[in-house]
Design a protein around this ligand. Structure first.
Ligand code: GLA
Length: 748
């Protein structure tokens, strides 16, 4: 891996490992331009011949004697407003005189091994400084007197880089930073389809794909959280590729959990501009003299093995350079969460019964969800009152924790640290800690309000209350929930000029609390949650190595949600539980087998009342947990490959392959039964051509499975009358709607 510098007439930087090349140059006007990003190419002494400068009549040009150099047609790395580039700029600074024309130019660069972590913000990191090489390019605007450092981090082992920008005010007066995106990347083609992960509560990260056309597509959040509505990730793939395994694919994911924007702009010359960063429509940062502003970082991945290759690159980079907890690259405990089992209605006895049964079946962690604190018996009160609800738990939460641990389980608790109910002691004591706008009525949301996390005092208070509980219970796990988006954004603590800083300061407050808690309690496993997957992003993942994927626990619905989530996020991060039937969100009945077969592909756990289940079901759960313990390392950290998309048809399949390619699991799900079904033969991926694999009682070479294919159709589905009458098929688990099959593939 290296960052080459070509000291030609135009300075060039070639960031390359054996997977990618990212080539940029100092342009004739001393700004930075992009020459190429994609599959690794050989280094050579100059890449000047790859630059295309075109004269476009009527385009403004920066040098009187050179009509060919126009920012309108240049691939810019961090484009500016007001100097001839009429596409979206990457940042904007307003001068004292009101001007918003910016023109920073190259001053110097530095290259070093390793990477500094950004203070106050989650970011990529390396344990070994050989694993990341950093390029910093310093730009300066001599008129407005500020500097920008463009940061590039190249990862040794993956087809990934990350980027961010830092602003420094060198002037003697305040500067208004009105826009500060994390990166800009221009491609010289629009031959792409754009994929985004969109949805809503209980419908998170559904894949939407469309061809790029001239104009702008923007996804964004204005909610104060990254949101279930649009995940802060974008994928571009070659337009003509129908499968997930071939051709170029580019992925972008912001390491940020607040308001973001992600823009894809195709101009009249068919170039494509991709940008991501803090949402500029709710952002204005006042930069005082000598102050700096660091943008969030964005992870940028590439693969020429299609979206499956891209996901693998994302997964590995995230596992090794973003997830930071003690659980990094470690299998996750199988948990039982009481939420869908009891909701708010539990007693200590009931919890202990659940825990004992959980222990008996092989569960490792017991999680007590909402309702254990203050006077919380429904969702109208007590958020903010982080002490035991003694009407339900008269012996205290510490005592319950001790009893659960005596049963032989780890113990976890639900918190919603950022929230407050009006019906709470905290509100009586500190009504001014609630986010609201003076003289305006506040909107309502789940009977709760958001605490002003821009206020350090609030963050410190919540920290002190949570740490008491964590210490008292010797807590092993926290589910950190967030069930209301921000309205009436305003902080009493900020001056009128600083209200544009509110949203970013809010999320910095959230990160501060995470930082303090993860430092002080490094053994606690955090699972982030925001009414399910409403803040499923790389910012959260830096602190919380897993995230509750969705409040929708229906296994059929989960196929789409987990399939979409896997585009960017590793399987070990996807919170997935087996829940009761009829399912509480959609009322659907699916077999226990089907529910387990879907929930295995994530953190895996249970969220139902196992004390009321039949012996047969309990035996099945014991077997399933045994199975999962045997294979979870493979499932959570193997190479995950999507084969058939639930967005496209009636079936879904995916597989995981071990790093040594000797073991794999193929999972096949069929939604509705079809009578007399046609063949569904599918070519497997990622195996070793020359290994002989056993699947059930058949043997196949890897090259056969990957080239000839494997017949996935469950044979008796709909053609099983005789089998049915012979009594071989008695339950709906392998007959009827919602059937699934896991195939264990082992090299002999
Ligand atoms: C949110 C979460 C659920 C559960 C409830 C408790 O909806 O997503 O999993 O914790 O809150 O109120």
């Amino acid at each position: 891996m290296s960052i080459f510098v070509n000291n030609n007439k135009n300075l060039e930087f070639h960031l390359t490992n054996n997977k990618i090349s990212y080539i940029i140059t100092v342009l004739k006007n001393n700004q930075i331009g992009n020459i190429y990003f994609g599959k690794a190419i050989k280094h050579r002494e100059s890449f000047d011949h790859l630059m295309i400068n075109r004269c476009c009549v009527l385009a403004p040009y920066n040098f009187e004697d050179d009509m060919d150099f126009s920012l309108e047609t240049t691939r810019c790395e961090y484009p500016v407003f007001g100097k001839g580039d009429y596409r979206k700029e990457a940042f904007n600074i307003k001068d004292e005189n009101g001007s918003t024309v910016n023109y920073p130019t190259f001053v110097s660069y530095s290259i070093y091994k390793g990477k500094e972590e950004y203070s106050k913000l989650p970011s990529t990191y390396c344990e070994n400084e050989e694993d990341i090489t950093t390029l910093e390019i310093l730009l300066e605007d001599k008129v407005q007197k500020y500097q920008i450092i463009l940061k590039y981090h190249l990862f040794e082992n993956y087809g990934s880089i990350s980027r961010s920008s830092k602003f420094i005010n060198l002037s003697k007066h305040k500067l208004e930073l009105n826009k500060a995106l994390s990166f800009n990347l221009d491609f010289d083609s629009n031959n792409f389809n754009l994929l985004t992960l969109d949805g809503a509560w209980t419908r998170e990260r559904h894949i939407n794909e469309r061809a790029l056309l001239p104009g702008i597509i923007q996804i964004e959040s204005l909610r104060g959280a990254s949101s279930a509505n649009h995940n802060p990730s974008l994928i571009l793939k070659d337009k003509n590729t129908l499968d997930e395994n071939t051709n170029d694919a580019y992925g972008f994911s912001l390491i940020y959990s607040g308001n973001f924007e992600a823009n894809v702009q195709v101009d009249t010359y068919n170039t494509t501009r991709v940008q991501m960063g803090i949402n500029s429509s709710t952002f204005k940062w006042i930069l005082s003299p000598n102050e700096t502003f660091q943008t969030p970082e964005a992870l940028i991945c590439f693969s020429n093995n299609g979206i499956n290759g891209l996901s693998n690159t994302f997964h590995r980079t995230i596992e090794n350079h973003i997830i930071k907890s003690k659980y990094k690259n470690k299998v996750r405990p199988i948990l039982l969460n009481n939420w869908e089992a009891t909701y708010f209605n539990f007693t200590e006895d009931k919890l202990l019964q659940l825990a004992s049964k959980a222990k008996e079946v092989g569960v490792e962690l017991f999680v007590l969800d909402d309702g254990w604190f203050g006077e919380r018996n429904d969702d109208t009160s007590s958020l903010g009152d982080w002490y035991t609800n003694t009407s339900k738990l008269p012996n205290g939460i510490g005592e319950l924790a001790k009893k659960i641990k005596d049963i032989g389980l780890k113990f976890g608790l639900w918190f919603e640290p950022e929230m407050i109910n009006i019906k709470s002691k905290l509100y009586k004591e500190n009504p001014n800690w609630v986010i609201s706008t003076p003289n305006r009525e506040s909107c309502f949301g789940r009977n709760q309000f958001v605490l002003d996390f821009t206020n350090d005092e609030v963050v410190e208070y919540i920290y002190s209350k949570m740490s008491i509980i964590i210490s008292d219970t010797k807590l092993d796990y926290i589910k950190w929930d967030m069930n209301r988006n921000i309205t009436e954004p305003f902080s009493n603590l900020l001056s009128k000029d600083q209200q544009g800083e509110f949203f970013h300061r809010y999320i910095l407050g959230v990160y501060k609390l995470y930082e303090k808690l993860t430092k002080e309690f490094p053994n606690v496993l955090f699972e982030s949650c925001a009414s399910g997957g409403g803040r499923f992003d790389l910012g959260m993942m830096y602190y919380a190595p897993q995230a509750w994927c969705s409040d929708d626990t229906d296994a059929i619905e989960r196929l789409k949600i987990q399939y979409g989530t896997s585009l960017v996020y590793p399987i070990s991060t996807i919170g997935s539980h087996v829940s009761a039937i009829p399912n509480h969100q959609v009322g659907r009945n699916t077999s226990l087998k089907f529910r387990s077969d879907v929930a295995y592909f994530g953190t895996f756990g249970y969220e139902l009342d196992i004390t009321t289940m039949s012996n047969e079901e309990i035996e099945k759960i014991k077997d399933d947990i045994k199975f999962f313990k045997e294979y979870r390392e493979l499932i959570q950290f193997g190479d995950f490959v999507r084969l058939e998309s639930p967005f496209k048809g009636n079936t879904c399949s995916w597989m995981v392959i071990s790093k040594d390619k000797k073991t794999a699991i193929l999972a096949y799900y069929k939604i509705l039964a079809t009578a007399n079904p046609p063949l569904n033969k599918i070519k497997l991926k990622g195996l070793d051509n020359n290994l002989l694999y056993k699947i059930e009682n058949n043997h196949f070479y890897g090259d056969e499975l990957m080239n000839v294919g494997f017949n996935l159709e469950i044979p008796f589905n709909g053609t099983a009358r005789s089998e049915y009458y012979k009594g071989k098929i008695t339950t709906g688990t392998d007959f009827g709607d919602f059937t699934s099959q896991l195939y264990i593939i082992k090299a002999e």
